[in-house]
Design a protein around this ligand. Structure first.
Ligand code: NDP
Ligand code: 2IT
Length: 447
């Protein structure tokens, strides 16, 4: 890390002030270690302590979420909302329900969200929230009571001009419905734009469900076009089998990609004939089952228990499950097997060592804050539709998403070239996102 610009000192301060939050430290480091050139060009950013201010959330809320399970037993979870930066618009970012959630996870995600949202060019600030609640194996009634309890506290911190949550791991349209119902009841207001990812039957946007996965593949398409290539005929693997993975697979297949593997936290499905996406959707979206069951319905598919998806040779790999799922050794295996294109559908799925391997191999690597920004961008389109009491067609909304992803790719590509690292989307995304936030912070004074 360049120490002359004070970046190393800022990083050490973040580590000291936020002890034990390894993922947050990692996310901060990955961003600020690329900002040296932009600080050199704009001395005002350092004078006004822009980075130091961005690294400190504007507000952090932690609260008790008590609820009763189906047996009548009282359960206690912890709820979080970290409102990181509102200089470009109301706080915006998802809620994650997963047993691994603690403050460090929410802060890493909220920090990433600031730059991702800035990259979309839309008027949205950065935030993240969630709970250590584990929805696996819980009935609809239990999930509903949990969501109602969480929103009973959270509602006072939200509002269409204040903070607008959406989904993330473990939070989809079902949870957003329960959360919205309780918000409406607590406030006596039908404030559609207070949550995004709603069902299109009652205020949600078409394409929001598909947006993160589709957007990631549009980003891949742009990276390949910049190299004179296309997705057509390429062999692809996608980790995860949740919202992002499913719609990444769908768009890859539409564009002629051959997707042969996907996974969940228990294991990997390898199906050389091509993943049967209708079956994955039924297992995961409707029946909420495990990916292992795929192999019971397709005898020619292999189920590999454990999580070695990156050992499978491919041209394109999309990590779409969770943070730090693709480490340095896996990156070496991928590159060694001939993989030349990676895009992060998940947030921070590649470890710093993995990113280094991809950069040294000079392959096309799209970092999450650029490649998966289609989800939050379409959330902003949902807010636009709600504000104008309008609903757009699938085709129109998808066209908007594609244009936004092309714009993000162009901005990252141009920023990387401007700052002397052509083709380095990590540097390009960080600098392009940071510059937009920094300029707005300068304009608004010391806040
Ligand atoms: P889902 O809950 O729909 O799916 C998550 C998938 O990832 C599941 O297959 C899950 O497997 C797997 N997974 C989750 N945690 C782990 C883990 N610790 N180890 C291994 N596998 C795991 O979530 P999404 O698809 O919405 O989110 C996936 C990623 O995309 C996350 O990083 C999220 O932050 C990011 N993202 C999501 C956006 C959205 O709009 N939803 C937008 C931008 C980024 P299992 O069922 O076994 O837990
Ligand atoms: O990580 C993300 O960008 C999301 N989970 C989506 C956030 C949103 O507000 O749509």
């Amino acid at each position: 890390m360049p120490s002359d610009s004070g970046i190393e000192r800022i990083y050490q301060q973040v580590v000291r002030r936020n002890p034990g939050e390894a993922e947050f430290h990692q996310a901060v480091k990955e961003v600020i270690e690329t900002l040296g050139p932009v600080l050199a060009k704009h001395p005002a950013y350092a004078e006004h302590k822009i980075i130091e201010r961005i690294c400190e959330p504007e507000r952090q809320i932690i609260f008790r979420v008590p609820w009763q399970d189906d047996r009548g037993e009282v359960q206690i979870n912890r709820g979080f909302r970290v409102q990181f930066n509102s200089v470009l618009g109301p706080y915006k970012g998802g809620l994650r329900f997963h047993p691994s959630v603690y403050l460090g996870i929410v802060k890493f995600l909220g920090f990433e969200q600031i730059f991702k949202n800035a990259l979309t060019g839309m008027p949205i600030g950065g935030a993240k929230g969630g709970s250590d609640f584990d929805p696996k194996g819980r009935s609809d009634g239990e999930v509903m009571r949990f969501c109602q309890s969480l929103m009973t506290e959270l509602h006072r911190h939200l509002g269409e001009y204040t903070d607008v949550p959406a989904g993330d791991i473990g939070v989809g349209a079902r949870e957003i419905g329960y959360l919205f119902g309780q918000y409406k009841r607590m406030t006596n207001r039908y404030e559609s734009a207070v949550l995004t990812g709603k069902s299109p039957h009652w205020g949600g946007s078409l394409v929001r469900r598909e947006a993160t996965g589709y957007g990631t593949v549009y980003f891949v398409d742009e990276m390949l076009k910049a190299r004179g290539e296309s997705i057509e005929g390429k062999t692809c693997i996608v980790s995860g089998s949740g919202n992002v993975a499913i719609y990444a697979i769908e768009k890859l297949q539409q564009l002629g990609g051959r997707v042969i593997a996907c996974s969940d936290s228990n294991g990997v499905i390898l199906h050389e004939r091509g993943i049967d996406l209708a079956l994955v959707k039924r297992l995961k979206e409707v029946e909420r089952r495990r990916i292992a069951d795929y192999a019971h319905e397709h005898r020619d598919a292999k189920y590999l228990a454990g999580s070695r998806i990156w050992d499978i040779p491919c041209d394109i790999a999309l990590p779409c499950a969770t943070q730090n799922e693709l480490d340095e050794a896996s990156a070496r295996t991928l590159v060694g097997n001939g993989c030349r294109t990676i895009a992060e559908g998940a947030n921070m799925p590649t470890t710093p060592g993995g990113v280094r391997v991809f950069q040294e191999a000079r392959i096309a690597f799209g970092p999450g804050k650029a490649a998966n920004a289609g989800g939050v961008a379409t959330s902003a389109l949902e807010m636009q539709q709600n504000a104008s009491r309008d609903t757009w067609s699938f085709e129109h909304t998808e066209q908007r998403l594609q244009t936004i992803m092309q714009g993000i790719h162009r901005n990252c590509h141009e920023a990387a070239a401007e700052f002397g690292s052509p083709g380095n989307y990590v540097l390009g995304a960080n600098i392009a996102g940071f510059r937009r936030v920094a300029e707005a912070m300068l304009a608004m004074g010391v806040i």
